[in-house]
Design a protein around this ligand. Sequence first.
Ligand SMILES: CC(C)(COP(=O)(O)OP(=O)(O)OC[C@H]1O[C@@H](n2cnc3c(N)ncnc32)[C@H](O)[C@@H]1OP(=O)(O)O)[C@@H](O)C(=O)NCCC(=O)NCCS
Length: 318
Amino acid sequence: MSCDDWRNLSTQEVAPLLEAERARWLTGLSWETQTTWATVEEARAGGRLPGFVLREHGRITGWTFYLLRGNMVQIGALAAEEARGVRRLIDEVLDAPEASRADRASLFVFPSNASLATALTRRRFVMRDHEYLTRDIACQSGRGDLDRDAAGGSSLAVRPFRETDETRIVRLLAEAYRDVPSAECFAPNGRLEEWAWYVRQLLRTSACGTLVPDATFVIEEPECDALAGAVLTTDISDATAHIAQIVVSPRAQGVGLGTRLLDTAIARLRSRGGRRVTLMVSDDNTRAKAIYAKRGFTAGPTFLYGTRPMPRRLARAS
Ligand SMILES: CC(C)(COP(=O)(O)OP(=O)(O)OC[C@H]1O[C@@H](n2cnc3c(N)ncnc32)[C@H](O)[C@@H]1OP(=O)(O)O)[C@@H](O)C(=O)NCCC(=O)NCCS
């Protein structure tokens, strides 16, 4: 098995790899990722996005890419036919010169086969499962939604998102996720600047779908410059939307605001012709999972989030 820097490959060689991944996301998740792969290819071909391909007898049997963000190496995709291929790709990333300034590695992947989790565990990644949930919203499900006052008597109003809400959403996320372990996949150290970066990605890029401003809502906290809750919704393919984020301030939790935000977003998505809503929830987020189960979301494929320290390197002799 040989391993090459994928930046040396031609666009023609890489195109089938990206196309296979795009098809897998569309079939398995109803998620159209064409724009994402176009961005990846542009950065790769321009030499800005490092990665590797594995070959056996000339045929490509695995590939990965990664980027450095702060002190973290983020592995963006990891596809290999066999576990030993996954292990080899991980070893190459951990040992890459571009990764030498990082002290942690992380990845958030939609596994193509069961050997991925085994290989990551053998390479000492600590893993957390995230469930990809789906709900059909083409017709009224009869479960209530907006018909019922889910907010348990709270009089706080849900209003559409405005661009000026961005900073308050950042603060809300940092506060609400402070004690939620799975927050590490959004803001690894819980710092405000990490949340600000994450929110910018949601609002201005297609990294997690394209924002649907009119199905994105907030609830203001009375008498202070803060939000009590927010739901951020994106389009991920024709008629399929994604609840990219739902969050309620710890001071306002448990009185139905989370459920109300979810119901409001779904009602709006349905009224604009949406047929399906998806979202992602960490397996250990029991409170959020309770809401989604109550609202008829069902479990689909599992994503894997994994993280580990970078190996210590010996200082090079001068
Ligand atoms: C998940 C979250 C949005 C829920 O918001 P919320 O306003 O507290 O939710 P609701 O009041 O609508 O409660 C919905 C359900 O959660 C559960 N729940 C609410 N408060 C709870 C509490 N204090 N303890 C345990 N479960 C609770 C209940 O099952 C409740 O259902 P019920 O109506 O049958 O009682 C909120 O807890 C939060 O922001 N958490 C941090 C961010 C997060 O995890 N987001 C989800 C990412 S997928």
